[in-house]
Design a binder for this molecule. Structure first.
Ligand SMILES: Cc1cc2nc3c(=O)[nH]c(=O)nc-3n(C[C@H](O)[C@H](O)[C@H](O)COP(=O)(O)OP(=O)(O)OC[C@H]3O[C@@H](n4cnc5c(N)ncnc54)[C@H](O)[C@@H]3O)c2cc1C
Length: 401
């Protein structure tokens, strides 16, 4: 029988992150969201909690916890605001876990260790003005010149673009393969903000996750030392997809927290608000919306926990992480919409958080594989059109220290 109980360590990390988010973030989040203000001090506090390297082994500066702990932290953070979980998705999920698996020892010491300690912040740059879902459509190039690669291109919709120190950048190293859309011509690089020719800015017109930082960065003849090539030339696409397996997992756990936030606000309101002589929770149609949220919370949680357990065991989980991300984000969008419905006109204002929850939920069905991309993936697994092949590198299984 599978064991559905969380360990003492899990419960402790869950409680710690819950308390932190409630005390340090919740009191200011509505205001920060309204002002589109990213509070940089939150990074320092997250570093002090030791969650910016939560599942990175202690030998690389992390907290040495398992991958389920990463999911628990994400669920608790997004319960309060999506912008907090996004930090974990890009810094831990997409970037640091990719370094843990793919980087050489020198790169781990130079980049993973300070990232896991929270001394440096990192993110992931795949998306470009003309390519999101179609990753092979990116245009950024990396041309080898002596002991350096010269990078040129522009990335947009990058979380923490204005904040991060280190960027995992996907670019074409083989220009012939670029023409033929052959993804074995893509490579991955570690780029530092301080490299000459790097420039970044905010995307201020964003209407969700407004307390988070999202932006663009431009690479104009940026000289990247060859020591910053991650793994081998030509492995960029595999690394990008590997990163997404980890990032999607964090999005799934976070969206699960968002569903719970919608459920809690809805229950509170439904028990207090009276119409026709009784609390609205007594009306069957309101019960239906609440029941859906309760169902979706439990299903989403089981799905991300399963993906986390597979990660702990070192087993491939592309399918399970995609399923968890797809189900939980679609459900969180519905939960956000229904929470507004339950609060009626009050829900349609910034006086209550449910409008923010719904706006934030919409990001989850777009980034890290849109709803449609995950639908296609799951259909292809079911139809046998997609079978995951063994990879050269996989996420290290969890070893308790
Ligand atoms: C808040 C936010 C933060 C983000 N952070 C990052 C980040 O840190 N790093 C990063 O690299 N990117 C990031 N992104 C970008 C995100 O990953 C992309 O937006 C996403 O991959 C979708 O790409 P796109 O927006 O170009 O849409 P497109 O790929 O152009 O898709 C447009 C529409 O067409 C549909 N579609 C596309 N192809 C198909 C198909 N084959 N079949 C059916 N439907 C299809 C899509 O589902 C979608 O509905 C972020 C985005 C947001 C909104």
């Amino acid at each position: 029988m599978p064991n559905f109980d969380l360990s003492e360590d899990h419960l402790a990390v869950e409680q710690m992150v819950r308390d932190f988010a409630a005390k340090e973030v919740a009191p200011h989040i509505q205001e920060n969201d309204a002002k589109k203000h990213f509070d940089r001090s939150v990074l320092k506090k997250m570093a002090e909690l030791n969650i910016l390297g939560i599942c990175v082994p202690e030998e690389y500066g992390g907290a040495g916890m398992d991958y389920v702990s990463l999911g628990l932290a994400c669920e608790e953070l997004e319960y309060v605001d999506t912008s907090l979980r996004v930090i974990m998705s890009v810094h831990v999920g997409l970037n640091s876990l990719s370094l843990l698996a793919w980087a050489n020892e020198d790169q781990k010491q130079r980049y993973l260790v300070p990232q896991a300690k929270g001394e440096k912040i990192s993110t992931y740059g795949l998306t470009e003005p003309n390519a999101g879902s179609d990753a092979v459509g990116i245009q950024t190039t990396a041309v080898k010149k002596g002991e350096r690669y010269i990078l040129n291109g522009e990335k947009q919709w990058i979380s923490l673009a204005e904040v991060a120190d280190n960027f995992l950048v996907i670019a074409w190293t083989d220009q012939e393969k670029k023409k033929n859309r052959d993804h074995s011509g893509l490579s991955a690089f570690i780029v530092e903000r301080t490299f000459k020719g790097f420039e970044s800015g905010a995307m201020t017109h964003k209407w969700g996750i407004k307390a988070g930082n999202t932006g663009w960065f431009k690479l104009s003849d940026v000289e990247v030392p060859e020591e910053n090539l991650l793994a081998k030339e030509g492995e960029g696409f595999k690394i990008a997809m590997f990163s997404l397996d980890q990032g999607r997992y964090t999005v799934a756990a976070g969206a699960t927290g968002l569903i719970r936030a919608c459920l809690d606000e809805s229950v509170k309101w439904a028990q207090e608000r009276q119409t026709f002589g009784q609390p609205i929770g007594q009306h069957q149609l309101v019960k239906q919306m609440i029941a859906n949220m309760a169902r979706d919370y439990e299903c989403s949680r089981l799905l991300w926990l399963k993906a986390g357990e597979l990660k702990n065991q070192g087993k491939r989980n592309t399918k399970e992480s995609s399923l968890a991300k797809w189900v939980s984000t679609v459900a969180s969008e519905q939960a956000g919409s229904d929470a507004i419905q339950i609060l009626g006109s009050y829900g349609y204002s910034d006086e209550y958080p449910v409008g923010r929850f719904w706006r934030n939920s919409k990001g989850g069905v777009i980034y890290e594989g849109t709803r449609e991309i995950h639908t296609l993936m799951q259909a292809d697994y079911a139809l046998g059109y997609r079978v995951d092949k063994p990879t050269r590198i996989s996420l290290p299984k969890y070893e308790k220290s």
